[in-house]
Design a protein around this ligand. Structure first.
Ligand SMILES: [Zn+2]
Length: 326
């Protein structure tokens, strides 16, 4: 095992994922445990500290060989100050000084960033955007997360909320979004919305092979809908295409705002592979402007569910190399 390692942690509403990551972006060891977020912030922070101890021990290296710790978390948060202001799916988190806590309890220089930025940095560092300078990542999980790395740096913005592509308004006076706005991209393009709309339509009497699945499971997963598309289900295909069309709108907006070379699609919906990619590329081609050809290459994530944890560790490596870690 490489003698120098960095810890990456991906804090989610359901699981805390952690890993020891080499300077080449490879996962040397990993650990996962349920977040049990109903316990509030302190037990979750203690669990993270315990996981770091476990990883250091299992790696069999002196703690001095661990260069730092990167944490990707839901936000809004401040990378600059190391504070989580509030976290979606983590009840009771308010103005938690996470970076200081982790530094004090693990002894490791720590970096905090939002989970979508961490995933974007992971893809930039060793994933589907490796070797590029300007990339954006759309994470199609339940909602839509997004991050951009421009000129090799994560774009954060003055208020540190840059790249909230899921909350670009694509429909004036449109559907309500959980963020409080109307007509957000996320309210139309997210896998969560796709499953919700499919469920409503089937319950409203529209014919689909998924009626049986819905009866049996009580809910629909993105993979059920993808499978129904492959089996030729008309309603599933229509709804899938519509979601892909909105995702393509997001891609076009990213193209105009950031002019990236590569646009990576990740998250659970990306497991559909060509069914997602071919559709998004097709709609992108049909709808994007004709003034110049500055279309990004749209690709599927290479790191998959590990993008967040690898990217978080990558941020720790980057901070150490830039000597800006605090
Ligand atoms: Zn929104």
């Amino acid at each position: 095992m490489d003698s120098k390692l960095a810890v990456g942690i991906d804090l989610g509403g359901t699981n805390i994922k952690s890993a020891m990551v080499t300077a080449n972006g490879e996962i040397a060891l990993h650990r996962s445990r349920p977040t049990l977020s109903e316990r509030g912030p302190n037990p979750v922070l203690d669990d993270m500290v315990e996981m770091v101890d476990e990883l250091v021990k299992a790696a069999g290296v002196p703690r001095d060989n661990v260069v730092g710790l990167g944490l990707g978390s839901p936000g809004p948060l401040s990378h600059r100050d190391g504070v989580i202001y509030k976290a979606a799916n983590l009840p009771g988190w308010k103005d938690v000084r996470v970076r200081r806590y982790l530094l004090e309890h693990t002894g490791l220089p720590s970096v905090l960033d939002n989970d979508a930025n961490a995933a974007a940095f992971g893809e930039f560092w060793v994933g589907a955007g490796k070797g590029k300078r300007d990339i954006a990542v759309l994470t199609l999980g339940t909602g839509i997360g997004a991050g951009a790395v421009l000129g090799g740096e994560v774009l954060r913005g003055h208020f540190e909320n840059a790249s909230e592509i899921g909350h670009l308004i694509v429909h004036v006076d449109g559907k309500p979004c959980s963020c409080g706005q109307l007509g957000c991209l996320e309210a139309y393009a997210s896998p969560g919305n796709l499953a919700h709309e499919m469920t409503e339509m089937i319950r409203g009497g529209q014919a689909s092979s998924l009626a049986e699945v819905l009866d049996k499971q009580g809910t629909l997963e993105t993979r059920d809908i993808a499978e129904a598309c492959r089996d030729g289900d008309e309603l599933a295909t229509e709804m899938w295409d519509r979601a892909c069309k909105f995702i393509a709108v997001g891609c076009i907006n990213i193209q105009h705002a950031y002019n990236v070379e590569t646009l990576v699609l990740g998250g659970g919906m990306a497991n559909a592979g060509a069914l997602l990619l071919d559709n998004v590329r097709r709609f992108h081609r049909e709808m994007a402007w004709r003034l110049v050809d500055d279309a990004p290459e749209i690709v599927i994530s290479k790191l998959g569910h590990d993008a967040g944890v690898i990217g978080a560790a990558g941020l720790a490596w980057a901070a150490r190399d830039a000597s800006i870690i605090a």
